[in-house]
Ligand binder design. Structure first.
Ligand code: RIB
Ligand code: CA
Length: 305
């Protein structure tokens, strides 16, 4: 039986990697996309998610989520990383269908209550919608588990201390880590070392001209960012790594620790090991079999069309 998942996403180039992977993998059943500001505005995130769902012929609800953090003023969108329209240099595409009339938080609550214990919730953007869903219906804590891309116990990317998804809404992230649910954090400690060079994406385009071709085009912009900012040849596979962790947790090295998030000041957005006895331990991924994780992603897309 395929694992049901909801992806909460700010598509975004590596979000697109994660979403197409999830749609194509036979052991995942992507039941909804809930979207959030972050890499792009909330409107562009919702539009791009609907476009992606249509690219893989998925008739699933896509909802628009929060357009700003819970407390602080929004940071600027990272269009220098993902492009103005979210998929690098690719022009904006309009979806054929419309998005769900519910908010992302409401859709998350409704779907989890319809299928308690059956859905894994996968935030791969700022955690604002997740915090709002908790506020709407705290009982979802007992009805789902989280596998999230975000954080970094010993590193950051937007700053030396903060990873982008946490940095974009530290208050929401802290509420998520303080809640009483099963959490797996796929953070920079593992995702920074999973890099796909341009040759990987060229191979995808050859094997799967439509979907692989799209990802190859989008990846070119993302790779230019990594080369110019980090002198890395390729893309760090943040979001797809989180989706691989849903299926193959054994490919990841885990440290169990409670986590708290610094809400402001110089260390804003840092995810710190916490000794708070009231906080549940998080399965924090601190390493992994990088090539094996990457191969799961690449081989799945190659089966695409
Ligand atoms: O720090 C990487 C994360 O921030 C990824 O989810 C990327 O898509 C951005 O949202
Ligand atoms: Ca993302």
């Amino acid at each position: 039986m395929a694992q049901k998942i909801i992806i909460d996403t700010d598509p975004g180039i590596d979000d697109a990697f994660a979403i197409l992977f999830s749609a194509l993998h036979p052991d995942l059943d992507l039941v909804a996309l809930t979207t959030i500001f972050g890499n792009v505005t909330a409107d562009i995130a919702a539009r791009n998610a609907k476009v992606l769902s249509e690219m893989v012929d998925l008739d699933i609800p896509v909802a628009k989520g929060a357009d700003r953090p819970l407390v602080m003023e929004p940071n600027p969108v990272s269009d220098y990383v993902h492009g103005e329209q979210g998929f690098g240099d690719l022009p904006a595409k309009q979806p054929k269908g419309s998005i769900d009339e519910r908010s992302s938080a409401q859709l998350i609550v409704d779907l989890i209550n319809e299928s308690p214990g059956e859905i894994v919730l996968c935030p791969i953007g700022p955690f604002t919608n997740i915090a709002l869903a908790l506020e709407l219906d705290p009982s979802i804590q007992e009805k789902t588990r989280l596998v999230m891309m975000g954080g970094g116990l010993d590193r950051g990317n937007v700053t030396p201390h903060a990873e982008a998804n946490i940095w974009n809404d530290p208050h929401a992230a802290d509420r998520v880590f303080a809640a009483n649910w099963d959490m797996t954090m796929v953070g920079l400690d593992v995702t920074s070392d999973i890099v796909s060079p341009p040759s990987d994406f060229e191979a995808l385009a050859k094997a799967a001209p439509v979907l692989g071709g799209f990802l190859n085009e989008a990846a070119k912009f993302y790779a230019r960012f990594y080369m110019s900012h980090y002198n890395i040849e390729g893309c760090q596979m943040h979001d797809p790594a989180a989706m691989v962790a849903v299926l193959y947790p054994e490919l990841f090295t885990i440290e169990e620790t409670a986590i708290s998030v610094v809400p402001d000041g110089e260390l804003v957005g840092a995810t710190l090991r916490s000794v708070d006895p009231n906080r549940r331990l998080v399965k924090a991924c601190v390493g992994g079999q990088d090539q094996a994780i990457k191969d799961v992603f690449l081989n799945t897309i190659k089966t695409g069309h």
